[in-house]
Design a protein around this ligand. Structure first.
Ligand code: F6P
Length: 534
């Protein structure tokens, strides 16, 4: 008989106790089949999980947990398009956006809209679709926030190049400086304003859209309709604001904003990189979908990664997770992943609304490799708390010496986290440098690095549209598996609502110079803002 979740968790804890005092260094030495078991391939990427402090037996116990929570059934239900967002009664069919999964009806619905968007993007690129003054568009102002910004911004930054026929500026924040920067040097006559909002009611996006429309009106002699394009699941709301039907692209409530980059939401990216490249991005993601749906759990890269994350969070009580791409083109990956992971897994109740009996997702942070090494890596190596890390690197691309140096740095950090440096090694290093025994003894404790710190190494042959698609889909699936293990809903985000509601009330008060009923600190802050303004 299959174990219950509780029994499986208990068995993992027992195994963790048995393994106590040992880590990846020991397991790599002792386990003959370790690399076979812990190094996986998926969609052209290699995933090396072997350095984690998870023994072969502990992994077997984690796989029993996956079995106990019926992970495979959950994956298949997600792929079929069943309701996965229980609180909102919706499917989560981001796989259908890229032709993956098993929901044929939604796949063809998504394909038709994608084809419309790709064709429109090609017309922008070629200059076939022109502005109100009959000129080719030179710029796109992409307005959106959260999932309507982070994904498109990331893939644009990763894949576009300076020779793109149109330049895209992204505008998400309501900070007046953000609007000024985004429009600096732009000519309304050749700028297309692309408003991305699933709800078409997000206050930040609405305000930026209103300002952009005013900016167009001030710079054009009529015909601003040709400059306005929308991507939304609320086409009526866009229509009501004057967007014309042929320039409204549809998304659906069965795709969460943070999972939507594969759709018309990325029209500005399609215009920058063209149809072929965008299709390659989707192709890479679809290959990862196939792997996710078909591979048995023990060989399933997103599932194993999620089980290891669950281990670090629940058994080792690690509160955070660092993600470090050794690729400048992926410098925006941590920001995208923060929303994907923390909006999906930042929950305290189960799917049924009961309080969680353990933790849920970790806090995510990260940055581009070499820069991060000179920023937060000190804490990864010698800080009190162990922080699991994902290191992402690519073997080829660009000038050989730089590429080699980059790859060497990525591998060296993973190795240093694992091997560490003990007191004897520190002493030897210091005395070789000429320090006296006494001086070396004083300094050595500062040089000791505990080691045994696990990292996942994700290696690709080259960073291109296809490997990028596979990588991003990997993280989407990894997030979903974590939610199944924690027993939470990955697809709602009620926590962000209250702040939005309060902001709108406060905005009215600030505009009218009034103050409603607030706690003493909030009231004092409002008074201070007013006094600075006077
Ligand atoms: O941050 C909250 C949120 O609801 C996200 O989930 C979403 O990606 C973002 O706002 C933007 O929402 P919309 O696309 O509806 O404007």
């Amino acid at each position: 008989m299959a174990m219950t979740r509780e029994q499986a968790v208990e068995a993992i804890r027992t195994q963790a106790d048995r393994d106590s005092g040992r880590d990846g260094r020991d397991f790599l030495r002792e386990e003959d089949r370790r690399l076979e078991q812990f190094v996986l391939s998926a969609a052209g990427l290699t995933f090396d999980f072997a350095k984690h402090d998870v023994s072969g037996e502990a992994m077997a116990a984690l796989l029993a947990l996956a079995n106990a929570v019926e992970l495979d059934a959950a994956i298949q239900a997600l792929a079929r398009g069943e309701v996965a967002n229980q609180t909102e009664g919706r499917a989560a069919q981001h796989m259908a956006l890229r032709g993956g999964g098993k929901d044929e009806a939604r796949k063809s619905q998504a394909r038709a809209e994608l084809d419309r968007a790709l064709a429109f993007a090609e017309d922008i690129r070629s200059g076939a679709f022109t502005s109100s003054s009959d000129e080719a568009f030179t710029h796109i102002l992409h307005i959106g926030i959260g999932g309507s910004d982070l994904g498109p911004r990331l893939i644009h930054d990763a894949l576009s190049n300076p020779n793109a026929p149109v330049e895209t500026r992204f505008l998400s924040s309501v900070d007046p400086d953000a609007f000024e920067r985004a429009t600096a040097g732009l000519d309304p006559a050749t700028t297309l304003v692309f408003v991305v909002s699933k709800s078409f009611g997000t206050p930040e996006t609405t305000l930026n859209m209103q300002s952009a429309i005013q900016w167009l009106e001030a710079g054009l002699e009529g015909g601003i309709g040709r400059h306005l394009v929308a991507a939304t699941s609320q086409p009526d709301a866009a229509r009501a604001l004057g967007f014309s039907d042929e320039r409204i692209f549809e998304m659906w409530d069965w795709v969460g904003g943070r999972y939507s980059l594969w759709s018309c939401v990325s029209l500005s990216v399609m215009a920058a990189i063209g149809r072929r490249e965008f299709e390659r991005l989707l192709g890479g993601a679809q290959r990862m979908d196939e792997h996710f749906i078909q591979a048995r759990t023990a060989a399933n890269a997103p599932a194993i990664s999620a089980l290891i994350s669950w281990w670090h969070r629940t058994i080792r009580e690690c509160q955070s997770w660092a993600v470090v791409p050794y690729a400048i083109k992926l410098r925006l990956l941590p920001g995208w992943l923060q929303q994907l992971s923390m909006e999906s897994l930042g929950k305290s109740v189960t799917v049924d609304g009961a309080p969680l009996d353990g933790p849920a997702g970790p806090a995510v942070f990260g940055g581009e490799g070499p820069d991060s090494q000179h920023a937060f890596f000190q804490m990864l190596h010698q800080g009190k708390d162990a922080i699991p890390v994902d290191i992402i690197a690519f073997a080829t691309g660009g000038e050989a010496r730089h590429r080699t140096s980059l790859a060497a740095n990525a591998v060296a950090q993973a190795e240093a986290l694992l091997t560490g440096r003990n007191q004897d090694a520190a002493m030897a290093e210091l005395t070789t440098k000429g320090l006296s025994q006494g001086e070396a003894q004083k300094l050595a404790p500062h040089m000791v690095m505990p080691g045994g710190r696990g990292s996942s190494f994700i290696l690709g042959p080259e960073l291109n549209a296809e490997t990028l698609g596979a990588l991003l889909a990997f993280y989407e699936h990894q997030t979903f598996v974590q939610s199944v293990l924690f027993g939470i809903n990955a697809f709602d985000q009620f926590g962000v609502e209250l702040g939005k509601k309060l902001a709108s009330a406060l905005e009215k008060e600030l505009s009218a110079g009034e103050s409603g009923l607030h706690d003493a600190s909030t009231s004092a802050l409002l008074r201070k803002i007013e006094s600075y303004r006077r």
